[in-house]
Design a protein around this ligand. Structure first.
Ligand code: 13P
Ligand code: SF4
Length: 314
């Protein structure tokens, strides 16, 4: 049910008023549609969202991102009501790693240390020793005991990147992101020929072929900081298109071209899961306090430990 005709400004105002009345904080990831980012109390990468959620003293956390981000908020701050605009906002990485298969996979490895990407379900986190994000993974790896066999899941590209950067051998799960896996090196290089002074900046969920031609590799927040501080005036951006909204804010005089994908559709540069959230369903979620994240207590407690370790080790 849509409550309003699409009057964006009016709806944004209503959501802000409702958030104030209900003592709710609105946290948004950079891949949300611009009109959601613009009403958030905070916009950040997955690590920053986790930290903000953990510190929040609001009664309600409206997590405008994908399901694993909302679950992480609940695990880190379980007394709060955590809501997500659309329960369909999943993640291909998270879905690539079902708990039963992952359990069988890790049980075959003796003396293991299991590090999982934050893009996983609470059940997978509950089976792990440590959670990481793309912004802290390299630092965290240094703290993993040397005598353990390091297992990493679920993103094979991020795992491969971490292994190459850290020199630490890892056994890696074979998951990929439906967006980052699609950026195509030859198309990026031909775009670069059109804009020779553009720098190529990519997220580490991209394939090795893309990472190898990049001028800079980093998490969403690191990419954003890079364009704000760097001297170039043009960038080819190898991550989800939503981040360009913030890039234009921090560097209004610069040009951004989202990296082309194999398929010739601009929607392929957008995360279909992140885009399940709209202003309309954000409003209804907050109004009716629906789409609440509920995690069984035993899973929540077990998943808390590797997340707590991530924060302590960061
Ligand atoms: P960040 O932690 O860099 O925000 O990445 C999250 C994500 O889902 C990237 O696809
Ligand atoms: Fe998951 Fe990829 Fe979407 Fe990020 S962009 S939430 S990794 S599907």
């Amino acid at each position: 049910m849509t409550v309003f005709n699409r009057n964006i400004t009016e709806l944004q105002k209503k959501i802000r008023e409702l958030a104030k009345k209900k003592k709710a904080v609105i946290l948004s990831h950079y891949y949300q549609v611009p009109e959601i980012q613009d009403i958030a109390d905070f916009v950040g990468d997955s690590l920053e969202l986790a930290k903000r959620a953990r510190q929040s003293d609001s009664d309600i956390i409206l997590l405008c991102g994908v399901h694993f981000m909302a679950e992480t908020a609940k695990i880190l701050n379980p007394s709060k009501k955590v809501l997500i605009p659309s329960l369909e906002a999943g993640c291909s990485l998270s879905e690539s790693c079902p708990p039963d298969k992952f359990k069988t996979f890790i049980e075959k490895i003796s003396d293991r240390f299991v590090m999982v990407y934050i893009n996983t379900t609470a059940e997978i986190k509950a089976m792990s020793d440590l959670v990481c994000t793309s912004s802290n993974a390299l630092n965290l790896i240094k703290k993993v005991p040397e005598d353990k066999t390091l297992v990493f899941a679920p993103d094979k590209h991020l795992g491969n990147y971490l292994m190459r950067q850290s020199g630490r051998k890892m056994i890696i799960w074979e998951g990929t992101c439906v967006v980052h896996n699609e950026f195509e090196r030859d198309l990026v290089l031909s775009l670069k020929r059109e804009h020779p002074s553009a720098k190529i900046i990519v997220h580490p969920e991209c394939s090795e072929y893309l990472i190898d031609i990049a001028d800079f590799v980093g998490s969403t927040s690191k990419l954003l900081r890079y364009v704000a501080e760097d001297t170039a005036l043009e960038y080819i951006v190898g991550t989800e298109a939503g981040i360009v909204h913030q890039m234009r804010k921090v560097a209004p005089n610069k040009q951004f071209y989202v990296a082309p994908t194999v398929a010739t559709c601009s929607a392929c540069q957008m995360c279909p899961y992140m885009k399940k959230n709209t202003l309309e369903n954000a409003y209804e979620t907050l109004l009716y306090e629906k789409n609440e994240i509920i995690i069984p207590e035993d899973i929540l407690q077990k998943a808390y430990l590797p997340l707590k370790r991530m924060i302590e080790w960061s």
